[in-house]
Design a protein around this ligand. Sequence first.
Ligand code: DGP
Length: 112
Amino acid sequence: MDCLFCKILAGEIPSSKVYENEWVYAFRDINPQAPVHVLVIPKEHIPCADGVTAENSAVVARIFEAIPEIAKQEGLTNGYRVITNCGEDGCQSVKHLHFHLLGGKKLSEQMA
Ligand code: DGP
């Protein structure tokens, strides 16, 4: 499958890993928008939030279990933001479900 994040998961493209378990992989964004900018992805290929179903949604829970662990590991004691972009209007550039974990400074109040 021609998916950048699947290639990262397969080790075909290098990444800076910050966390991994059976279901979830997290690595540093190549173009950080904050002092901490980690991408948290399911190992299973799901194109975006629109592709979450009753059959695969358990992995989303796994992701949100991992996020506080990653935040703690990254020292985000004062809070953080989690964003997922979906589709054209969401400006999603990589078509593999991912959650941006942003923090390490006071973030903008603007969301869009
Ligand atoms: P989005 O626009 O929500 O689809 O975010 C995709 C993110 O993926 C974007 O912030 C940049 C990041 N990214 C793209 N290519 C690579 C890569 O090869 N390595 C890493 N670490 N991040 C990448």
